[in-house]
Design a protein around this ligand. Structure first.
Ligand SMILES: [Zn+2]
Length: 115
């Protein structure tokens, strides 16, 4: 990392900040990151003789829902990709939480007029 990018020396960071940043670095460097909310939807398949058409048990599908540039998009998640997608979504949420925690530290620095 260049000197201009590293404007806060690591030694000046609190243990709390160093911890959150190293967790964040690990996620950003190697983890799948996917923003969105997983939603379970029930649907009917369209086959006339299916149990779903008789109003009994419907088919359950998993979708990833996320808004991009103001528009809500949803993506069907096939059963075999569910564990991976769940992991990527969780990792994105962890990264976002860590980023938010670091941001709060800097909010406080500005508020308390620290460097
Ligand atoms: Zn059906």
């Amino acid at each position: 990392m260049s000197d201009t990018k590293r404007e806060i020396p690591r030694a000046k960071m609190s243990p709390h900040e160093r911890d959150r940043r190293s967790q964040l670095t690990q996620l950003v460097h190697g983890a799948g990151l996917l923003r969105g909310t997983l939603a379970v939807r029930e649907r009917v398949c369209g086959k006339a003789n299916c149990k779903c058409a008789r109003g009994e048990e419907k088919h359950v599908s998993l979708y990833l829902v996320a808004s991009y540039e103001g528009r809500v998009r949803q993506l069907f998640i096939p059963k075999d990709r569910e564990p991976q997608v769940r992991r990527w979504v969780k990792q994105y949420q962890q990264a976002r939480k860590l980023l938010e925690e670091v941001s709060l530290l800097y909010w406080d620095k500005v508020r308390r007029r620290q460097e």
